[in-house]
Design a protein around this ligand. Sequence first.
Ligand SMILES: C[S@@+](CC[C@H](N)C(=O)[O-])C[C@H]1O[C@@H](n2cnc3c(N)ncnc32)[C@H](O)[C@@H]1O
Length: 327
Amino acid sequence: MSDAVPIPFDQFMEQALYGPEGFYMRVDGGSAGRRGDFLTSPEVGPLFGTVLATYLDSEWERLGHPDPFTVVDAGAGPGTLARSILAAAPACLDSMRYITVEVSEAQRERHPDGVESRSDLPDGPIEGVIIANELLDNLPFRLAVFDGAWREAFVDTNGERLSAPFEHVPAVLPGNAPHGARAPLTDRAADWIDRARSIVGRGSVVVIDYGVPRTSELALRPWRDWLRTYRGNERGDHYLHAPRTQDITTDLCFDQLPEADALRTQAQFLQLHGITDRVEEGRRHWEQHAARPDLEAMRMRSRISEAEALLDPDGLGGFLVAEYRSG
Ligand SMILES: C[S@@+](CC[C@H](N)C(=O)[O-])C[C@H]1O[C@@H](n2cnc3c(N)ncnc32)[C@H](O)[C@@H]1O
């Protein structure tokens, strides 16, 4: 994909996903959803957005009901989370300025009415919340490979090259590892969090993603487990194969990100913000309308199966939620 000069893995990934005709930039480019390339929590159904709407209300309360209360949905994809949050009609809705941020123009065109759709984060300071659901795993990362010592992976037309060992081995990498072990170096994700935090004058940044607390844990796992590709809702090929036609993503190592004020699993976060009550509400509504169910009754009943998926400790429920508060 690149010319003969080897480029670091993060530059290869940048071209493959976000360059001209990149996976996310094509008119028929990649996206979340049942008809897309991968399924995310907002795409499971509206329950995830309903619970996040409760979280937004708790932040709005904590901040003393600011107006405007700015919500930035970063890496918004086709806008499904925005739709669910707006449909949940939280108490803060009348004060809410909802901004969807998405680099792909094709996906921005799908964003709902009632939001400001942009390609980059707004200027600060804002009072409100920046949410990034499954954004950071998609930001280009560098790749370290163990070959008796840690080296950085480079890519050229002939495949992968290893550069000389790091002059300063990143401290998060374990001292020893099996030959061929790999680890992502997600400096861009860390920089993104710093930037998001600098925009929030009062409020919070919430990062939700798959990952592990420590890099050393990931480095000891087979790399195909965490350096994944997706296409058409199935796992794709080797990451160097047919670039631009498949998504490339990594589990995050949260020890490479700024230390959060709270780090929870997605299941813990959703429980803290009332998912159990929302499911009970759905169950009761269904029971009252089961004899003559309408669309709303079906939607309320589906909360039960949505919650199962969102709380599954081996799936979405095991994702990590890092919360950074200010003000
Ligand atoms: C895995 S998708 C997640 C979509 C959505 N948040 C969801 O949970 O369904 C990541 C999205 O982030 C977008 N993206 C990547 N880098 C971005 C950036 N720097 N700013 C805004 N969007 C970005 C991609 O185009 C893609 O649509």
